[in-house]
Every structure is written in C-alpha cells, then in structure tokens.
Design a protein around this ligand. Structure first.
Ligand SMILES: C[S@@+](CC[C@H](N)C(=O)[O-])C[C@H]1O[C@@H](n2cnc3c(N)ncnc32)[C@H](O)[C@@H]1O
Length: 508
C-alpha cells in the first residue's frame, strides 16, 4: 500500500527507541499483576504509527525470536526504516505504509504499542486504535497507549495557543517553525514576576530546551493535540472491552511520593480515582497507560515473591562513602530521578552495592543473593527469611523507581572482549549519519565524539586493541580524525571509550 504524503513525509519525526514500550517492561508489570504474558523474546509485537520503525528494529535486533510488525501513514519514514532492515538482514521485523483506518491485523499480538499517536490523530482514528487493541490483543496481551494528560496539558496549552496563533497559518513548515521560534523568544522576553509570566517561561523554556524542530512542528503546532483526563481515557478504553492495567512508568503510581497526610487520603480510593487525584495533585501532562482485555483477572496486591522470577538492575549509589552492612544500621541509597530508599536490612544493603557494581547488567534473584552473600560475614549469611525480606524491599524499590525489573536478558556484554564488536544496528546507524543510536538495552545513546564514532565503526569483532590503535593512528596521520593536543595516549583513549561503550550497551 502507498499512502498519500503527509506532513510527516515532508518533515520527518525523529525516530527513537522507547524503553517504556519494550515487551520486557510490559511483561514484568503484567506478571507482577497476576497475568501470564508472552515471553518478551518470543512474542508478536505490533506498533501503530511506528514512524521509521526504529523502536521495533532495535527490539528485533535484541530478540531474534520475536515477530514485529509496524505500520505508519508516512511512506518516507517506513522506507527509511526498511533500508536499515535490509542492511541488517533482519527477517523478524516487517514495516509497511498503511492507514490505521484501513489496516486489518493478521492474527493476534502479544503486545500492541501506540506511542505519541493517540492525542495527535482525529477522534475516529482514536476509536479505531482502541477497537484494534481489543480485536488484535492476545488473551494475556498488553497494549501501550501514550497521550497528553489533563490537567497538566492546560499549562502546555498556554504556549501552544500562542504559537499556533502566531505561526499556525504559515503553509511552509520551515517558516512555521521559524515563526514559532520567534514567538517563543517573545514569550521568554517577558521579564515579569507574576504567576502568568513564571508559567509561560517554564513552558516555553521546556520547548526551547528540547531543541527539536520536527517535534515543535508535529507536537506543539499540530492541528490536533487532544489531552485526556485519565478517567475519561480509561472510560473510553472500557467501552472497547479494555481495562486499565498500570502505567508503563510503574513508579508513577506510587502514592508515597506525596506527604503522608495526602497519601493517607489517596490509599483507600479505588485505583482509578487515586490515579485521577494524583494527576490533579501532580499537574500531570503525559501518560503512558497499559491496557489489558477487560475479562483478565488482575491481582492488585502484588506478592513480593514474584520479584524472585525477574532480573534485577539498579543504577544506585549509597549516600555514605562506606556502607555499614550490620543489622539495624540505616543506610540511604539514591537512584535516578531522585528515587531514594532507606535500608537497614543487611542482605538488601549488600545487594544494592552489587547492583551498583553490575549496572546496567541485570542479575537473577539467585545471582544477586549469591553475590551479596559473599559480602556478608558468616553470621549474616542469607536464610529464607532474609531472602523474603530482600524480595519485599526490591518490590518496594521497583514501586518507587529505584529498581528495574526485567523478564529476559539481552545478549550484550559490560566488559569489552579481546576483539570487541559493536552491535550491527549501532554501526549501521552511525554509517547513515545518526548521532543518536539505539543500544542493546535498548535505550537512546548520543554518540557525538568523532573519535568514538570512528572507533565504534571499526568494531566488527575482527580487530584487537593493537590493530584498532594502528588503524586510528593512520587516520590521525591522514588528518581524517583529530584529537586535542593534551589527549591521553591512543591505547588509553581506546580503552576508556570501549569501557564506556560497554556500559552503554553498545557492544555485543
Ligand atoms: C507524533 S508521530 C509519533 C511517531 C512514533 N510513534 C514516536 O512516538 O516517535 C505520529 C505518527 O503517527 C502516524 N500516523 C498518523 N495518523 C496515522 C494513521 N491514520 N495511520 C497510521 N499512522 C498514522 C504519523 O505518520 C506519525 O509517524
């Protein structure tokens, strides 16, 4: 099928991977809540409005056993992704140009993803998306739908309305963008201290700092950008035989972020009401909601032992320089985005230190217990009760965003091998000139340094370190590459870059 050219063809939306849509994440949440979802490495995934399909291509590279299908109205984006698929020889990812209004699914899908789609399409297309989720979701399947949320979108609308008023009528996308940027500068130049100026500034700065012209055009200046209260979105989904499963960022559902006086009021509410009140309290702007079929029975009270069948990772560090593992001594641990936990449980304190050292590689529960046990004196050797305690605290950590849980482990190494090999996807993306590449976690990783770009391009698994150094030295000699005069010696630079690339999950 070919589709009529759209604004997305003329001004392509930047492709990205969205780890929050990854079946690994969705399967963990579904399993914790009592479902039996398909294994993330052997599932069928559908992405609606997939753009250039990089989200699926990254998945297909990590898990050869999946079958991924994506479609988008923008033929040029699909062609862009197809070139990558052909270059990589991927047989498990199929992209095609198609209009959701005419799309007919073949068979059922374990995971359906619609990222950055729902709020940006007309109402009949939104209805069709939810109908498709019901029609094509496997009995234990999970759908991911993101959308702009109220009340937070009211604030965004202050700037959006001004930008649309000023720039919306210019037919040429480039002029539209330039005019919108001029309007943003004007809004930012208002140096008053009143509440309106403060709000305008915050919203305008957010757009300016994002520094992405295509997103400015397709999101902020879009004709359609419809926000929803979570209550209304879920009511709509229910009409299509779907139910609210959770938020893809599970920690967003944690009422403990509020002061106890508020959390106490929220706790007795039913889940949906609690979510809605949280949105009012947080002024929430965006949601990434997971849906399941209505008839699926969920267990909202998660038994901690379910953590034991997951892989565990955490980018965590202790607050104190030397952590005391003794019982009863409280130690603080902090993670990304301000997530934090106070722990006095010896096995958990040791486990968090192990997770810090292994980040970003996830460990099984048993691997984690064994490694943590090695750090503890014999009288604190982990018994059944302390392992139960660990599972309980890890679940708490997952709820608060400190701990990551995975279902399966991707095949990548955190230690560069003797003849290091970068992921073929990373090398293909660099070859086509991308500065943001998809790692094997997957995640988006910026590779701006020319030295690192050239090094990664050389990592085909055949060259050892001396050969890499010789090749890079030749390029320096030929002035195809340059380094600052005070740069460390080449072997040291190579080792540092390799270790960093391994930690970023760019190496196999
Ligand atoms: C804001 S972009 C998001 C792209 C990608 N999912 C992301 O989040 O980066 C919306 C995408 O939906 C596609 N789209 C809009 N209406 C569509 C329809 N009726 N059928 C299929 N794709 C559609 C657009 O072409 C565009 O690529």
């Amino acid at each position: 099928m070919t589709c009529e050219a759209t604004a997305y063809d003329d001004f392509p939306y930047p492709g990205s991977v969205y780890p929050q849509t990854h079946p690994n994440r969705l399967a963990v949440i579904a399993e914790l809540l009592g479902m039996t979802p398909a294994p993330p490495d052997r599932c069928r995934v559908l992405e609606v409005g997939c753009g250039d399909g990089i989200n699926l291509i990254a998945l297909g590279c990590i898990f050869p056993g999946i079958q991924a299908e994506g479609f988008d109205l923008a033929s040029s984006a699909i062609a862009h992704g197809q070139r990558l698929i052909d270059e990589l020889g991927l047989t498990n990812v199929r992209l095609r140009p198609a209009d959701l209004m005419e799309y007919e699914p073949e068979g059922l899908f374990d995971y359906i993803i619609a990222h950055g789609f729902f709020s940006w399409v007309p109402e009949p297309v939104r209805e069709r998306l939810l109908r498709l989720c019901r029609q094509a979701l496997a009995p234990q399947g999970v759908a991911f739908v993101s959308y702009n949320a109220l009340p937070g979108f009211h604030a965004r609308r202050l700037v959006r309305d001004a930008l649309k008023f000023h720039a919306g009528h210019f037919p040429d996308p480039r002029t539209k963008i330039q005019q919108a940027q001029a309007m943003l500068s004007l809004l930012l130049s208002r140096r008053s201290d009143d509440e309106y100026a403060a709000l305008l500034r915050k919203e305008a700065e957010w757009i300016v700092n994002r520094d992405n012209q295509a997103v400015l055009l397709h999101d902020d200046l879009a004709e359609i950008n419809e926000p929803y209260y979570v209550r209304d979105f879920v009511a709509k989904a229910q009409q299509h035989g779907l139910q609210f499963l959770a938020e893809a960022d599970f920690h967003e559902m944690n009422e403990s972020v509020f002061p106890e006086s508020i959390a106490r009021l929220l706790r007795p509410m039913n889940l949906l009401l609690r979510e809605q009140y949280s949105d009012f309290l947080k002024c929430r702007r965006f949601r990434q909601t997971l849906l399941a079929r209505s008839e699926v029975e969920l267990e909202r009270d998660i038994p901690p032992h379910r953590v034991k069948t997951k892989l565990i990772a955490a980018q965590v560090s202790p607050r104190s320089e030397s952590v005391c593992l003794d019982p009863g001594v409280v130690e603080g641990f902090v993670g990304r985005n301000g997530a934090a936990m106070q722990v006095d449980h010896p096995l958990t304190k040791a486990a968090l230190l192990i997770l810090r050292d292994h980040w970003p590689r996830p460990l099984t529960f048993d691997e984690l217990v064994a490694a943590a046990a090695d750090c503890l004196p014999p009288h604190l050797a982990p018994d059944e009760a302390s392992q139960e305690g660990l599972a309980e605290i890890l679940l708490h950590g997952f709820r608060s965003g400190l701990i990551e849980l995975h279902k399966v482990r991707g095949d990548w190494s955190i230690v560069p091998s003797e003849r290091p090999a970068a992921s073929p996807l990373v090398r293909s993306m660099l070859r086509r000139g991308d500065y943001q590449v998809a790692s094997l976690r997957p995640a988006n990783v910026r590779v701006d340094s020319p030295f690192k770009r050239q090094l990664l391009l050389l990592l085909d698994g055949r060259l050892d370190r001396p050969a890499l150094a010789r090749e890079l030295a030749d390029r320096l000699e030929r002035r195809e590459l340059s380094l600052p005069p005070d740069a460390p010696p080449l072997p040291q630079l190579i080792e540092t870059a390799l270790n960093q690339a391994a930690r970023e999950a760019l190496l196999r």
